[in-house]
Design a protein. Structure first.
Length: 270
């Protein structure tokens, strides 16, 4: 029987952090070794039982990973790019495995993560849900079939608090379309249409963003042809689907060597 997987959760009181902590506390094969919050937070020095109401969960909240007193096997981080880059540096220096579900990284930050992952095993993905990663595969498969005479549009909806737009998931879908159709995503992506824009060009990939209420996440991929259209839709009804994927990735990393992976690797969808 495998040993219990000790996890450190970065940003434990955030939306995703709380979901991850709750699932970890209920998992028979995992434990929370500790958690972090931003320096200056009133939660630092308190237990997760006090901070987010996890009964009997005495794991401490610290200002940084270096301050956690209990050793851990893997870090789970759903925060912001600036915070996650610190997680990457810690994981690189200590050789600790990491699961990063943060979105909004710049190309330069992604290059740094890719280079750093030569020294530690990392799953970094814009979306951890099994459904969305199945959607990624379906988008690629459909795009390879509908290569000629079809337009691609991506629409995403999230809650009003989301900071990056388009979502990391939508960007990945756009990139998949571009790869399948032999286009440069940076050149093909159109993020706004307003005024007299003229007809839609053959090569563009539309990227549309909506922000409203408390929508967890919804992504629609539209393939428009002459006389028909095909739509692929994923709707997240709870953040638990992302947290479950993160735990699955953490378990999968247990036996992996250094390198950068994503959920397609974890789910065997390559």
């Amino acid at each position: 029987m495998e040993e219990t997987l000790a996890c450190a959760v970065v940003g434990a009181t955030g939306r995703m952090g709380q979901h991850v902590c709750r699932l970890l506390s209920r998992a028979d094969d995992c434990m929370i070794a500790g958690a972090t919050e931003l320096p200056g937070s009133t939660h630092i020095g308190r237990s997760l039982a006090e901070v987010i109401g996890l009964p009997g969960e005495q794991a401490p909240v610290a200002a940084c990973l270096e301050d956690l007193p209990v050793p851990f096997d893997v870090i789970i981080d759903f925060t912001f790019p600036e915070v996650s880059m610190l997680t990457v540096e810690f994981a690189r220096s200590r050789g600790v495995r990491a699961v990063i579900g943060t979105t909004g990284f710049s190309p330069e930050q992604m290059r740094h993560i890719r280079e750093s992952a030569r020294d530690f095993a990392c799953v970094c993905a814009p979306n951890m849900s099994m459904g969305v990663n199945t959607l990624f595969k379906l988008v690629r498969d459909v795009a390879l079939i509908l290569r000629e005479g079809y337009d691609g549009e991506v629409l995403e909806i999230h809650h009003r608090q989301k900071k990056d737009a388009p979502s990391g998931t939508a960007v990945r879908i756009g990139q998949i379309l571009a790869e399948a159709w032999g286009r440069d995503y940076q050149q093909a992506a159109v993020f706004e249409r307003s005024g007299i824009t003229g007809g839609r060009t053959r090569d563009e990939i539309g990227m549309q963003t909506l922000r409203a209420g408390d929508v967890v996440g919804e992504h629609t991929v539209l393939f428009g042809g002459t006389g028909e259209r095909l739509e692929l839709i994923h709707r997240a009804q709870s953040r638990d689907c992302f947290a479950q994927g993160a735990l699955q990735a953490a378990r999968w990393l247990r036996t992996r060597s250094a390198g950068l992976y994503d959920m397609q690797d974890v789910l065997g969808l390559r």
